[in-house]
Design a protein around this ligand. Sequence first.
Ligand code: HEC
Ligand code: HEC
Length: 317
Amino acid sequence: MSDFINGFWPWYVAAISLVSILACALLLWIAGKATVNAHPGQAHDNTTGHVWDQDLRELNNPLPRWWMWLFILTVIFALGYLAIFPGLGSYQGLSKWSTQGEHQSDVERMRTELAPLYAEFSAKSVDALASDPRALAIGERQFMNTCAQCHGSDARGSKSYPNLTNGNAAWLGQRGADHIVQTVTNGRTGVMPPMGVAVGNDAAIAELANYVLSLSGSPHNEIKAFGGKKYFSACAACHGVDGKGNKALGAPNLTDDYWLHGWGEAAIVNVIKNGKTNVMPAQAPKLTADQIHVVAAYVLSLSGGATVAAAQPAASK
Ligand code: HEC
Ligand code: HEC
């Protein structure tokens, strides 16, 4: 109720509500007072003087008592309701009830109820939780609420949003519990600067893009790729001389045939020319540390679980 765009609307809304209620009361009062005058020359026989089909007369009986009291009670109820609950512009009502407040108290009640469960979870490591079905069930729901809109409900991601499952052999960061907790808590920003100028003209960039495709054995033009190799020195600082990437910088492995920002010459030319800034916002404001612990366990389980995570550094270059 505090979100009106300017000072006029609260008054306008309050006035409409009050005026309508008063108008109803007034209508009742007038209807109770009014008597219908018999047409000149007619007897005062409690009819309105309207006659249809020769003998069908409209009577002018008063409203039934019960109906009138119901009407009055409705008006009193409406006024009482508006006094207690927010309904008159920015007036909060005597009860100070609000939808936000109700939601907040629901959230707090749930947090208190779940506190013992979370305390039990936090006592365990993320790796251990990744095989605890109760933690995974809660983690999955959190994932659906806070992560699925970007990473997909199956966590397989989409263009520019990483696949978090075992199907993605190529994580930007060091795969495992620490990386997941750290990413969810603080977010991450992958920045590749535009490199077009450093590489040269469009022909040079196309050659380099084919060289990049050749690194993973993806379909490419061999002659262009051969010519493009010499430009790769501009990329080596981040992607490594062999193109295998640098997890500390978040520079992807270009030899693994996993393309976060699209596959093929055109997509790679685009990344080289325009660079790429890819942001995952920090989730800490939305999730408590305990919740992050649990959702991280869920993601870890999808990405192959603790054992794969531990084996990963050896397996990747
Ligand atoms: C607004 C979109 C968005 C939301 C919401 C989001 N992410 Fe992300 N996430 C991204 C993007 C974009 C990246 C890639 C960042 C980059 O390129 O460095 C990413 C990267 C990650 C990574 C690192 C992947 C890698 O390859 O190293 C993990 C892990 C991750 N997200 C988990 C989560 C989890 C768990 C949640 C929910 C709690 C979540 N994300 C919510 C957009 C999002
Ligand atoms: C300053 C470091 C840096 C340099 C220099 C750099 N890159 Fe990158 N590159 C990155 C980062 C970081 C990303 C990932 C951005 C993100 O998180 O999405 C990336 C992403 C890419 C991608 C997208 C990969 C995918 O999976 O879709 C390609 C292709 C690429 N770089 C090619 C190159 C080429 C070719 C060069 C040399 C001209 C180059 N990069 C130079 C840091 C760099």
